[in-house]
Design a protein around this ligand. Structure first.
Ligand code: 0X9
Ligand code: ZN
Length: 299
């Protein structure tokens, strides 16, 4: 099931081979029919073999419009789960939520008008758009975010000003207690970052976050040598407050949350050659399988 097919068909179930026994449904819990600011579907795939109490792995991508290598990682995961029979045990005891394009308006704009557009497309009085990864309602505007609308890290006039971040927030609320691992896919930098973005005080379970992160790196690097640095967000990168990862951790009560910064590509870092997409996506898949194995063993 390609994402474009997925977008066009309400009844995705009928397109799945019966043998997979996956139920792939458009997500109905994120405010029902929430749309992006410009009216695009905020399409979220849930993959489940049934039941309402299994642990969930939640993957989101493209909260930042220009990071085009991110949606393919989410879509490859979706595709491997529902189309590759050999992976069907991966949704037997674990459910998956995959939100491949959190910011579809910005994503479209980065195709039509401005390749390096990052933010949403809500109009401002002088400049447009809000940085979705500064807009979540946890330590909003504390640090590493701007109140000036013309910056790339504009946090919005209030937390959750953007319908696209509200939709993600709704998912954390709807599945509170069940989401055990959350990955926010970005580019670029070959970094796997755990909480927090606003302080280098380690979270309670830093040992588990680091150890699993290092196992992610080992799995990815076994494919063709791509290595990730694993660590605290502020230490390895810079200060950020109001991001989805810290919101997931602190408000969503998700114990294992990461920002994944995929490898750079092309002249800007955000535009890898077409020939680089599959290599990046398939090596990352090995890391995602390691995340899955950890959740499978733990619960
Ligand atoms: O600045 C960001 O939002 C992320 N980097 S990016 O180049 N993709 O824009 C890093 C976010 C790290 N996450 C948190 N600290 N919450
Ligand atoms: Zn980003």
């Amino acid at each position: 099931v390609s994402f474009t097919e997925f977008m066009r068909h309400d009844e995705v179930n009928t397109r799945l081979p019966r043998s997979t026994r996956a139920r792939l449904s458009r997500h109905r819990d994120n405010g029902g029919d929430r749309k992006s600011f410009e009216g695009r579907n905020l399409t979220v795939a849930k993959i489940s073999s049934g039941g309402e109490d299994k642990p969930i792995i939640f993957i989101e991508a493209a909260i930042h419009a220009r990071e085009w290598i991110a949606p393919p990682v989410a879509l490859y995961t979706l595709n491997q789960l529902v189309e590759n029979e050999t992976n069907s045990e991966m949704y037997r005891d674990v459910d998956w939520i995959i939100h491949p394009v959190v910011n579809p308006d910005g994503y479209e704009y980065s195709h039509t008008d401005e390749r390096l557009w990052r933010k949403t497309r809500t109009p401002g009085t002088i400049c447009d758009g809000v940085d979705g990864n500064r807009n979540f309602d946890y330590q909003w505007m504390l640090t590493g975010a701007s109140s000036w609308q013309c910056t790339q890290t504009y946090a919005g006039y209030k937390a959750f000003s953007e319908v696209e971040t509200q939709a993600v927030g709704d998912l954390f609320a709807a599945y509170k207690g069940r989401i055990k691992l959350f990955v926010d896919v970005h580019s670029y930098g070959q970094l796997l970052l755990y909480p927090y973005g606003f302080t280098d005080d380690p979270p309670d379970n830093v040992d588990e976050l680091l150890e699993l992160g290092l196992r992610f790196n080992a799995s990815v690097s076994s494919v063709r040598g791509t290595t990730y640095s694993v660590g605290n967000s502020l230490t390895l990168l810079y200060a950020v407050a109001g991001g989805s990862r810290d919101y997931a951790y602190a408000v969503g009560e998700v114990d294992l949350t990461y920002t994944l910064e995929l490898p750079a590509g092309g002249s800007s870092g955000f535009n890898p050659e077409e020939s680089e997409i599959l290599p990046v996506v398939t090596e990352t898949w090995e890391g995602i399988k390691t995340f899955y194995e950890h959740i499978q063993e733990k619960y």
